[in-house]
Design a protein around this ligand. Structure first.
Ligand code: AMP
Length: 399
């Protein structure tokens, strides 16, 4: 079975093609992408032509499904067929105001895939899916009931990545029972855990262009740093992260900004970019900091402080931590930030092995010291594999 995973940006299409054997094992056959896309139809044609030339997919008939990492849907989450009715597009449209950078490209892209590949099953795996079982007290904002009814609540994002971490960290800790629970999550919901078995408490730090920290008990999320929109939680590359709601009316009045301009600045000129004034890529910010740029150093310090803040929150909520996991572009490749995030936590049981940490970039491994009560891992995320597996399961009608 060939499953294509399509990652749609406002002007980009990235893809990965997986082939699953009869036992469900996946092989990555191809990956690629196009920037500056103005016509998704053409990009899809180009993608299929590329896969044909490479000998992987002779025609659309050799494609058994396409999976999409959709972000946020109104009244819809989980893993959902996107080609059989208009539910997915309607749900994306319904919340396009909350995720303006993400929802419109997916709605458009899915429609074009449907036109170009009639008969090929399309599946949306919402980034919010991993948070379906978060307790209401952790997802509720203290807003008027009408706001809540309109959809103002914590949703959480990066669900595919944190799910991958939940499964992989359980495997690394020898907890195959929990890994299996994670694998079955979108099919069966949280299955009962064996009575008397020690709970597995994982704090997953997805630190990249977009960042979030998630607390996971026995493979199921109990809360996350992101809320209503991807403009929440940690400072993002150029998006604001957590902000007191009073700031918006305040800057509108005192800086004479329109609501549209405030929104633009919060989503394009904030985060690491706004703090540092240097750029939105951590490599540039770090290089500037190393050359003595104080704002760049402050941006790094705020990022570290915010990550620690959320780790602390989930340490308490989980009643302890068995594994702390770093993933995504920043988490996988920046030993110095990992060390700063874990600094001076030995009394809480987190001790990094400096040499192991310094040596590990872009690969999986343990970076905790021998005496550390909490295991500290780097796990390169694989969101596309999660999407491909769930797409396959959805097509097979097992959800
Ligand atoms: P992601 O959104 O997961 O692709 O992560 C993007 C972020 O990861 C950017 O801020 C990059 O600076 C950072 N990043 C990616 N690769 C590296 C690397 N090799 N070394 C340092 N930082 C990196």
């Amino acid at each position: 079975m060939n499953i294509l995973v399509a990652n749609l940006g406002s002007t980009s299409l990235k893809f990965r093609l997986f082939r699953f054997d009869g036992a469900g094992a996946a092989a990555l056959l191809a990956k690629g992408g196009y920037e500056r896309v103005t016509d998704y139809g053409k990009a899809i044609d180009d993608c299929l032509a590329e896969l044909k030339t490479a000998g992987h997919v002779r025609s659309a008939a050799d494609l058994h499904g396409v999976g999409f990492k959709t972000v946020l849907g109104k009244n819809l989450t989980g893993c959902v067929r996107a080609d059989t009715d208009g539910r997915v597009i309607a749900a994306l449209d319904g919340f396009k105001e909350i995720a303006p950078a993400h929802n419109p490209p997916y709605a458009l892209g899915i429609a074009r895939f449907h036109e170009k590949l009639p008969g090929v099953p399309l599946v949306a795996l919402f980034e919010t899916a991993f948070y379906q079982w978060v307790p209401e007290a952790a997802s509720r904002y203290a807003v008027p009931q009408a706001w809540h009814d309109a959809g103002v609540r914590r949703y959480g994002f990066h669900g595919a990545s944190h799910k991958f971490v939940a499964e992989r960290s359980a495997e690394l800790l020898g907890r195959d029972d929990i890994a299996e629970r994670v694998r079955a999550l979108y099919q069966s919901g949280p299955t009962p855990v064996q009575a008397g078995v020690k709970p597995l408490r994982v704090i997953s730090c997805h630190l990249g262009g977009s960042s979030s920290v998630t607390g996971i008990r026995d493979g199921v999320a109990i809360g996350t740093s992101m809320g209503l929109s991807p403009q929440s939680g940690l400072p993002q590359n150029n998006r604001v992260g957590d902000l007191d709601s009073a700031a918006v009316p305040f800057v509108m009045k005192t800086l004479n900004l329109s609501l549209a301009e405030v929104e633009r600045q919060m989503t394009k000129e904030s985060g690491l970019l706004g703090l540092s004034g240097v750029g939105n890529d951590l490599r540039d910010v770090r290089a500037a900091a190393q050359q003595g740029n104080a704002r760049a150093q402050l941006a790094l310090d705020v990022f570290v402080q915010s990550t620690r803040h959320w780790i602390g929150a989930f340490l308490l909520e989980l009643g302890g931590c068995d594994a702390l996991v770093f993933t995504a572009g920043i988490g996988e490749n920046n030993p110095d930030l990992r060390a700063a995030i874990c600094a001076d936590l030995s009394e809480l049981g987190f001790v990094i092995d400096a040499a192991k940490n310094a040596a590990l970039r872009g690969a999986e491994g343990e970076i905790s010291a021998a005496g550390s009560c909490v295991k500290i891992f780097v796990v390169p995320t694989n969101e596309e594999l999660v999407i491909a597996r769930e797409t396959l399961r959805c097509i097979a009608g097992r959800n």
